[in-house]
Design a protein around this ligand. Structure first.
Ligand code: SAM
Length: 362
């Protein structure tokens, strides 16, 4: 193995690879001193080749970061004027040196191309549920972990606190633990809370997070005092994944929103939660409501939009309406066929989507 003269890359047989960020930055800065576009292109392609030969596992960047840097290098290579090439080189160097954190997240905007895993479109097609670590589909009605994954990435920083008002089996708290966020989850059901705690005990705690599953009726609890007991004054993100009214009965408890005696009672519960959440959420932070619609006596009941109105009335601004695919395809083929027949005969459509309404505290 031979060190290169500048000490920034290593020659392993034929493979030259970068060993430090400084090495890469020095090579990029060198481009700025070159006279003509042709020389820039020749050296930039060499840098690109070196990057290609560098094993991300053994270097200072991840595979995703390498892809981002390579795409920036491609822009340099495609530049038709020296001025443009210099602009791209400076931008890439700045991205490697300076952090430009997002207002409410840990995304470095100077390296935004490296966050391919973070969604920015309003249509989410999630194919397979994440079942890594403690995540599992053992609680009927739990959401796919990719939902809290995405929301935590975009709307929280490490060390922030997330409040989930309907925590169920703890999917959000598992994701908090994984991403280094603290979390508090309320739920009415003791069984759900036990399951949440059991699930959490199976998730590795690399960041020393604090996550708590608390028994509380989210429609009537005093949020400040519940959080106060844990030494928390305010939270930085609120998630609400309530029952979709009576589609799934979660318990026999009267306060359980899945037992609401009418749509108005259900919506009053949503209003109460949104108002209480508003009082403990930090200013200009976010609340996400995950909910689907239902049919009742042949009529589509737009639970999502009716609930959205309640959250707006509680003092939130609407930021996005995300539509996510929803598939209860675990059922047998014969059931699917039955629903298709009913839809054809009854003049309706089988539910295949639900909503993620995203709000900001105004
Ligand atoms: C759709 S599930 C949430 C699932 C959760 N996101 C997960 O991944 O496991 C709704 C939860 O709301 C709880 N719930 C219903 N009414 C409630 C209330 N008034 N206060 C607190 N929790 C309630 C139910 O016990 C159930 O666990």
């Amino acid at each position: 193995m031979r060190r290169s003269s500048s000490g920034d890359s290593t020659d392993v047989g034929n493979l030259v690879s970068f060993t430090s960020a400084e090495g890469l930055i020095n090579r990029l800065r060198h481009l700025l001193g070159l006279e003509g576009l042709e020389d820039v292109r020749t050296e930039a392609s060499e840098i690109r080749r070196t990057l290609e030969n560098t094993n991300p596992g053994s270097s200072f960047f991840t595979e995703l970061q390498r892809k981002g840097i390579m795409s920036e290098l491609d822009q340099i290579l495609e530049a038709r004027e020296m001025e443009r090439a210099e602009y791209y080189i400076n931008r890439l160097v700045r991205g490697l040196i300076e952090e430009k954190p997002g207002r409410v997240n840990d995304i470095n905007l100077n390296r935004w191309k490296e966050y391919e895993d973070v969604y920015t479109d309003s249509l989410w097609y999630l194919d397979k549920r994440d079942s890594t670590g403690a995540h599992n589909a053992g609680y009927w009605g739990n959401f796919i972990p990719q939902i809290p994954y995405q929301l935590l990435k975009r709307f929280t920083r490490k060390g922030d606190c997330v409040l989930d008002l309907f925590v169920g089996s703890g999917t959000t708290l598992i994701e908090c633990r994984r991403q280094g966020r603290n979390g508090v989850g309320f739920d009415l059901s003791r069984e759900a809370l036990d399951l949440a705690r059991e699930n959490l005990s199976k998730e590795e705690d690399r960041y020393g997070t604090r996550v708590e599953a608390v028994r509380a009726d989210s429609t009537s609890a005093d949020y400040s005092s519940e959080l106060g007991k844990l030494g928390i004054e305010s939270v930085q993100l609120v998630l609400m994944h309530p029952p979709y009214w009576d589609i799934i009965k979660f318990s026999g408890d009267e306060e359980d929103l899945s037992n609401a005696s009418s749509l108005d009672v259900f919506l009053n519960g949503i209003s109460a939660c949104a108002e209480k959440a508003h009082s403990v959420l930090e200013d200009r932070r976010h609340l996400a409501l995950i909910i689907g619609d239902k049919y009742s006596k042949g009529e589509w009941v737009p639970l999502g939009f009716r609930s959205m109105e309640k959250v707006l009335e509680a003092g939130f601004r609407l930021k996005s309406i995300i539509v996510k695919n929803f598939d209860q395809t675990k059922g047998k083929q014969s059931q699917k066929e039955l629903w298709r027949y009913r839809a054809l005969a009854g003049g309706f459509y089988v539910f295949k989507h639900e909503y993620i309404f995203l709000f900001e505290k105004a």
